[in-house]
Design a protein around this ligand. Structure first.
Ligand SMILES: NC(=O)c1ccc[n+]([C@@H]2O[C@H](COP(=O)([O-])OP(=O)(O)OC[C@H]3O[C@@H](n4cnc5c(N)ncnc54)[C@H](O)[C@@H]3O)[C@@H](O)[C@H]2O)c1
Length: 422
């Protein structure tokens, strides 16, 4: 099989996690890629990734500072894992250079930024995939099979409530800056994708929004242990960030969500929780309900049918006789009909990123369309901003189509100005 020469563009926390995912794919004999480049204007980050790639893949990719320098390496595909504000410029440049691209979520920093990539992609035959990992979790695949199999009947409502964080920094300073991708976009796009994955297109939303904690604290800067360091890759960067800083991005949103199929969603995303943390993801239908565990936990999904009949063990699989995970997921997670799994978070994280890479590879080879395409990735950006636009407008009902069509842009206006695309 001809290998696909690939470069990772953006060698920070997620760039390293993508490398670990690529190595996991490689270890399972599923990788069509050959990592030839590590690209980051911060050479130290690119060198770190290249060094770890050498250990994990047996070959050191060339370190470069920008996409132009990748030309000499014969690159055919790039994996864009930079901070969100560069996704659209790098995405468009990659397409113009005739490369396939996998782009981390949020695919664009604003709806307009995402639409810029869509415009370039429409004039090209390159494969663009959005690296959205949550839906690829085997437990979410099981939930989707149960829904599609009609096990809980017609979906009526969904509760999606998360809270935590207090006044602490979530991973990095940029996640609290509106012009860099605030946390409601950074995390919100994952949940927007999950909601549409389960229940189909969202038609409209209305919301209340708050910025509760304008001052955020980073304990790692003072030598304390970080409370927000997924996969353990952010420690060094967090120690160099300020101990205290001003947040400009809103940190809580409370929304009602109207799905096209008639179901209604109740959404809370609060990153300023000082009380009990929340995790509730439930879908209730005409025959029963599903109570879902947090993404990447491998924990058990609980079904309640006819009000009293609880199914929360292996017999749940009897209800979905045709449920099968795809080849890569099954090989990586150790079975094609899983109802739970148990790996350390770091390993689960790698496996799901490996699944993303497998999907991207099959898309490039023309074997099947990528699962989360630009249109879906852009919808997630639009759903998140529809909530924020509504919150900024005092709770106005907004249609996703209008937000996608850039008819509602007031909240995003200053971000677009900063990007030079207003
Ligand atoms: N799917 C997930 O679970 C998940 C988790 C974490 C982050 N992410 C996403 O990954 C992306 C990166 O997040 P992160 O946590 O790694 O951020 P980070 O700040 O740790 O790393 C960003 C890196 O991009 C580099 N960079 C900036 N401009 C660049 C350019 N023009 N060319 C090349 N490199 C450039 C920076 O120097 C830095 O090394 C974000 O879009 C974020 O939302 C996704």
């Amino acid at each position: 099989m001809e290998r696909i020469p690939l470069a990772i563009v953006g060698c920070g926390g997620m760039g390293h996690r993508h490398l670990f995912g690529l190595a996991e794919l490689h270890r399972n004999d599923l990788s069509p890629f050959d990592l030839v480049g590590a690209c980051d204007p911060v050479t130290e980050n690119a060198e770190s990734l290249a060094g770890q790639a050498e250990q994990l893949l047996g070959k050191r990719p060339t370190v470069v500072k920008n996409l132009a320098e990748l030309e000499g390496l014969g690159v055919a595909a790039v994996d864009i894992t930079t901070t969100p504000r560069y996704h659209h410029t790098l995405g468009v440049e990659a397409i113009e250079r005739n490369w396939h691209a996998m782009i981390e979520k949020p695919v664009g920093l604003t709806v307009r930024a995402a639409n810029r990539i869509q415009k370039a992609a429409k004039a090209s035959d390159r494969v663009i995939s959005v690296a959205e990992n949550y839906r690829r979790d085997p437990i979410n695949r099981l939930a989707k099979a149960l829904l599609d199999g009609g096990v809980i009947g017609d979906p009526r409502y969904m509760i999606h409530n998360t809270s935590g964080g207090g006044n602490l920094m979530t991973i990095s300073v940029w996640r609290h800056q509106k012009d860099q991708s605030g946390v409601l976009l950074d995390v919100g796009v994952h949940f927007a994708d999950i909601m549409e994955y389960f229940l189909g297109d969202i038609e409209s939303v209305y919301a209340q929004m708050r910025l509760y904690e304008p001052t955020r604290y980073n304990p790692a800067a003072l030598g304390a242990e970080s409370t927000s360091n997924p996969a353990g890759v952010y420690g060094k960067a967090q120690r160099a960030m300020p101990a205290e800083f001003q947040a400009t991005a809103d940190d809580a949103i409370y929304a009602t969500i109207n799905f096209k199929n008639g179901a209604v969603g109740q959404y809370i995303e609060n990153h300023a929780e000082h009380g009990q943390g929340l995790w509730i993801r439930q879908i209730h239908g005409s025959k029963g309900s599903m109570d879902m565990p947090s993404d990447r936990s491998g924990r058990i999904l609980k079904l309640t049918l006819d009000r009293t009949h609880v199914v929360d063990n292996e017999s749940i699989l009897d209800l979905v006789p045709d449920f099968r995970l795809d080849e890569a997921t099954a090989k990586l997670f150790g079975g094609d009909r899983l109802w739970r799994y148990e790996f350390p978070f770091e390993l689960t994280d790698r496996k799901l990123i490996a699944v993303e890479y497998a999907d991207f590879g099959l898309g490039i080879q023309g074997k099947r369309p990528v699962e989360v395409d630009l249109a879906q990735g852009s919808r997630s950006v639009a759903v998140s901003y529809a909530m924020m636009e509504s919150g900024a407008a005092g709770g106005k009902l907004l249609s996703i189509d209008d937000v996608l069509a850039e008819k509602v842009t007031a909240y995003q206006q200053d971000i677009d100005e900063g990007l030079g695309i207003a």
